[in-house]
Design a protein around this ligand. Structure first.
Ligand code: 0RA
Length: 650
């Protein structure tokens, strides 16, 4: 950290017009909330940097009822001395020049930093107004900006013994459209993550926009260890204590440090979250590669040395990582990423740094904790056997398909078009609804696959995958979709969306509890065995109407109770005596083919919900709990997380 700071060391790049002209370039999409929230991250990241420089242990964020947000830190305060070249204060340079700031160059080791590292000036540029209050050198300094321009000079407004910076800004609504309100949950989630990654830092969030202020405080002395505990809070863990490994290595530019926390549970999925300089790397990268290498090597080495593998040749990386939750946090003086969004770390030296440190320390840990080590090996051995059995069953299914002519399943009513991009397949609950759908459809582009009864709950068959591949309904679906099954990238028979015969897979079930259950079973299957279909946006949920409201020959379909009541009033037209018929559709089978087409299947009129997954780890946990073995836990979860459950149903 360069403590010999002077105003002149700030480098100046460009003015702020660029940001106002093209906010998307600097802050992300200004229309979907991305750029709006990015403004908060940018300001908070500066405060986090002060924490990383050991100058700040607290950040207070307030969502004000005038639409502004303020971020107060207790750091050194932005420097207020006059910049020799510009003749204005360093603070004003930082606020009005893009990329300016002595601590933004790498010598000063800025480890936090926003998505594009654009600095607070970008926030100033897109703010209707911004007020900066600096406590430093015994005085309270203040300056106001409007649309990025100073509206007053930086002046002293009082005395103080404290130090720190408060930045309060209101986004310019001529730049942000559609979404102009800050979302409490988005801020809260991000600050929880930031607090986990910065052990000891307090982040307080206050929402003053409602009747009563809503206050949350994030503070984790245990840092990423507590993060891992939270990831596993609904899982049965294999070992009580989270494994914690920290270490560092010198490179030419400075020091690379790694902080790793991990814990195995009896779950089947793995969740490893990677960070570089406090920024999440969603696609992993070299730290992930190093960690995976070390895990596979250490677990195999231990298993072999204790003769725990018996007739197995070795454990694969996937076997070893089954049920693992981990957080890897790397600090690097000058990291490289594969893209602007920093989703993947590519600095190649990190692989071996992480691999060596983890291999060494994990080996020691296993030696010191033999019963934990044995538990981890046993779990990996089970995973390996299950995978082997599943592979056999799948190959058998595939061969059987070929023997039987490899054709399409008899139950499928295929469409005429052979262009997958325009084709869709309806997975329909029950034969009678399937019949209506077959008659009512546009047979050129719409295929119908009726599914009988409840499909297998695959979440409970993770140790008996053979049963999944032998299941009739599942085989039928796999053959109809024609794109393979399984998520193992090393298996050529795995699901590949490029081979999909239909680009839209539409789940159509009754609008009742059973229908919701079948839909969840289908989604569970798709998530566990055709994950990319969901990730790449091929899966939809049909929306059949709940009510038919009619008067004479006039008919309206309602998709909610509110809509039903609205239509009743509308058809009544103020007459109390009008005879209005209301029919509740309990199942798709109650609709005739024309009605089904008109309300639910006609691409011109229907509404469908696209299944999206914002956070794959959260989806993994949700399916585990919703569909897994633990019924008591599931009830409790559904009660406390009703919102997520509804979202999942979408
Ligand atoms: C430049 C240099 C120094 C601190 C900061 C900027 C700084 C920026 C922000 C933004 C929000 N809070 C902040 N706190 C500090 C180092 C100053 C020194 O060495 O005294």
């Amino acid at each position: 950290m360069s403590d010999d700071y002077t105003a002149d060391s700030i480098q100046v790049l460009e003015g702020l017009e660029a940001v106002r002209m093209r906010p998307g370039m600097y802050l992300g999409d200004p229309h979907d909330g991305t750029a709006l929230h990015h403004c908060v991250w940018e300001v908070v990241d500066n405060a986090v940097d002060e924490h990383l420089a050991n100058r700040n242990d607290r950040i207070d964020v307030i969502m004000h009822d005038d639409g502004s947000v303020s971020v107060k830190d207790y750091g050194r305060g932005i420097p207020v001395d006059i910049h020799a070249e510009f003749g204005i204060s360093a603070a004003e340079v930082i606020m009005t020049k893009l990329h300016a700031g002595g601590k933004f160059d790498n010598a000063a080791y800025k480890v936090s930093g926003g998505l594009h590292g654009v600095g607070v000036s970008a926030v100033n540029a897109v703010s209707a107004w911004l007020e900066m209050t600096i406590e430093r050198d015994g005085a309270v300094h203040q300056q106001r900006y409007e649309r990025g321009e100073p509206a007053s000079a930086l002046g002293v407004v009082g005395k103080t013994d404290a130090t720190g910076t408060t930045i309060r800004f209101r986004p310019d609504l001529t730049i942000f459209s559609d979404i102009v309100d800050f979302d409490f949950d988005i801020l809260d989630t991000r600050f929880r993550e930031t607090a986990f990654l910065n052990a000891g830092l307090h982040i307080q969030l206050i929402d003053e926009r409602g009747e009563e202020p809503h206050v949350v405080d994030h503070h984790y002395e245990g840092g990423i260890k507590q993060f891992v505990q939270r990831l596993n809070d609904r899982r049965q863990v294999l070992h009580e204590d989270v494994i914690h490994i920290a270490g560092s290595r010198e490179i030419e530019l400075g020091e690379v440090s790694i902080d790793l926390a991990m814990q195995w549970s009896d779950a089947f999925s793995e969740q490893i979250q990677c960070y570089t300089n406090i920024i999440r790397n969603r696609d992993g990268g070299t730290h992930m590669t190093g960690l995976r290498g070390a895990l596979t090597k250490s677990v195999n080495a231990y298993a072999k040395s204790r003769n725990l593998l018996k007739n197995l040749n070795g454990l694969s990386g996937e076997d070893v990582r089954e049920g693992l939750s981990a957080i890897v946090s790397v600090k690097h003086p000058d990291p490289s990423f594969s893209s602007q969004t920093k989703d993947k770390l590519v600095s190649s030296e990190v692989t071996s740094i992480v691999e060596t440190i983890v291999y060494e320390r994990l080996g020691e840990f296993f030696e010191e904790n033999p019963s934990i080590a044995r538990g981890i090996v046993e779990k990996a051995v089970l995973a390996s056997r299950a995978r082997e059995a599943a592979k056999k069953a799948r190959d058998m299914t595939r061969r059987k398909g070929v023997l039987e002519g490899g054709g399409l399943p008899g139950k499928l009513a295929d469409c005429q078009s052979r262009d997958p991009t325009e084709c869709e397949v309806y997975l329909v609950e029950g034969d009678s609804a399937g019949g209506s759908a077959k008659t009512g459809r546009d047979r050129r582009i719409q295929a119908i696959l009726p599914l009988r009864g409840k499909i297998l709950n695959v979440e409970r068959q993770q140790r008996n995958l053979a049963k999944v591949f032998q299941n009739n309904e599942i085989q039928t679906m796999v053959r109809a979709l024609g794109a393979g099954v399984g998520n193992d990238p090393e298996d050529e028979g795995s699901f590949n969306p490029e081979k999909l015969r239909y680009h839209r897979i539409i789940i159509m079930t009754d609008a009742d509890v059973d229908g919701a259950h079948i839909r969840t079973l289908l989604l569970t299957f798709l998530w566990r065995f055709m994950k990319r279909a969901i990730m790449e946006g091929h899966v939809y949920i049909a929306q059949p109407p709940l009510y038919q409201v009619s008067k004479g020959r006039m008919t309206r379909y309602a998709f909610s109770e509110e809509e039903r009541d609205l239509f009743i009033d509308e058809l009544r037209g103020g007459s109390e005596t009008a005879k209005i018929g209301v029919q509740r559709y309990k199942g798709l089978g109650e609709m005739n083919p024309d009605q089904l087409w008109e309300t639910t299947m006609d691409p011109e009129q229907r509404t469908m919900l696209k299944v999206t997954v914002g956070d794959a780890e959260a989806a993994d946990r949700l399916f585990e709990i919703l569909m897994g073995e633990d019924v008591v836990d599931r009830r409790a979860f559904i009660e406390t997380h009703a919102k997520e459950v509804t979202n999942l149903d979408i």
